[in-house]
Design a protein around this ligand. Sequence first.
Ligand code: IMP
Ligand code: MG
Length: 180
Amino acid sequence: MERIKLHDKVFEVSIPSTRIQEAVKKVADQINNDYTDADCPVFLSVLNGSFMFTSDLIKNVNVQCEISFTKLASYEGTATSGKVNELIGITKSLKGRVVIIVEDIIDTGTTLEKLIETVSAQQPKEVKIATFLFKPEAYKKSLKIDYIGMEIPNDFIVGYGLDYEELGRNYKDIYTLVKE
Ligand code: IMP
Ligand code: MG
C-alpha cells in the first residue's frame, strides 16, 4: 500500500482515484436527473476542502448552473473544534434560488448546521446538500443529506481536497491515518 507522511503522521491509500471518480459521476447523474436548465441551481462550495469535488462534480453536471464559494473552518489538527468560523461569507444573493451546498465531508454535521442557518436566512427556494464523503458514525445531527458520494468509517483521512494541518489536499487519491 502506498504511504505518505504529512507532518508527524503516516497515511495509507484507502480510496483510489478511479473509485472517487465513479462516486462523483453517480452524484452528478442524480443531480442531472433532479434538475433542469430552468432550475438553474447555485452550487455553493464550502472551501477549502471541497474545491476538488466541486470541480469534478460540476464538470459532470449538464444542467445550467451557477457557482459560488464560502469558506468555513471547524477542524483543528485531526479533530473537530466544535465551533465554526466563517472566513469568507456568502457573496451571492440566494433569494428564491435552488441552492446545492457542496461539501467535501460531513463528520459531526456542525459545519453544515451553521451553514444551513446562514443560507436559509436568505430565503432560497430550496436547499439541498451534496457531500462527497459522509461519516455516519460521527454524524450528530438530523438534517437529511440529499446526495452522498461515499460513506466511510469514522477515521481521519486526507487527499482529494482534505488536509491534515493544511497538507495533503493535492493528492488525487484518499489516504487514511495509520494508527500506531
Ligand atoms: P463537521 O463540522 O464535524 O461535520 O466537520 C466538517 C469539516 O471538518 C469538513 O468540511 C472538513 O473540513 C473537516 N473534516 C472532517 N473530517 C475530516 C477528515 O477525516 N479529514 C480532514 N478533514 C476533515
Ligand atoms: Mg469542509
